[in-house]
Write a protein that binds this ligand. Sequence first.
Ligand SMILES: Nc1nc2c(c(=O)[nH]1)N[C@H]1C(S)=C(S)[C@@H](COP(=O)(O)O)O[C@H]1N2
Ligand SMILES: [Mo]
Length: 256
Amino acid sequence: MNPISSRRRFLLGALSGAGALVLSGCDKLASTAWFQKTLGAGESLTHFAQRWAIPRKAMAQEFSDADLSPQFRSNGTAVPRNAQYQALAMGGFAAYRLEVNGLVERPASLSLADLRALPSRTQITRHDCVEGWSAIGKWKGAKLAALLDIVQPKAAARYVVFHCADPMENDGTSPYYESIDFEDAYHPQTILAYELNDKSLPVPNGAPVRLRVERQLGYKHAKYLMRIELVESFANIAGGKGGYWEDQGYQWYAGI
Ligand SMILES: Nc1nc2c(c(=O)[nH]1)N[C@H]1C(S)=C(S)[C@@H](COP(=O)(O)O)O[C@H]1N2
Ligand SMILES: [Mo]
């Protein structure tokens, strides 16, 4: 048995929730270097327990064409207030490039054609927004795992950060951003979506490419992707909490 699966078995035995970890006298474990490193920045004990006690590899529910919402609404930014982005949109995104850099062996710059050439997945899923609405849409996109195989994450990389085109402040600052860990990055339903309901992704829904990370709430699904950065820690990015809404107090792990 490899060290991961023996750890996992131990934890599955020890944990039925974060409370059990403390109550069962595992506070010694909580102070070990391994535990501290695993817990890491921005990760709560609840997330730790979820991550180890609930199979994160499980699939989000998928639906059929008959379940599609008549219209998939837009939320948050509907058109990025960014001259460079608007010029790209006017040109049909022909000049668009998705930059992939940070802790990778082979940084990359991908056109939409490059993204469309990667192994893809199509999925009909339900999007849940914390503001109290849901919609079912059909998404097609490149598997993030396939892109990671190309850029080759360095050993120190722990998070994938998504930098977006839309500034959240009127003065053009605070671009939207998000981050996920490798468990979600390699999940089969985690895709860089370039189609919604069999059409090119509309601008209000994040054209030309947005993240779908189906086990988590709406705000994790970053739209208007410009750059993907692999990092060891997101402590030095913007407010340091791993996402625009996280910096305003939302949970980093937004499990559904
Ligand atoms: N770049 C960017 N991504 C974003 C947002 C945003 O404002 N900007 N809003 C988030 C929120 S809160 C939700 S619910 C979804 C909305 O996706 P939709 O516009 O396709 O409905 O996008 C998420 N991703
Ligand atoms: Mo949302």
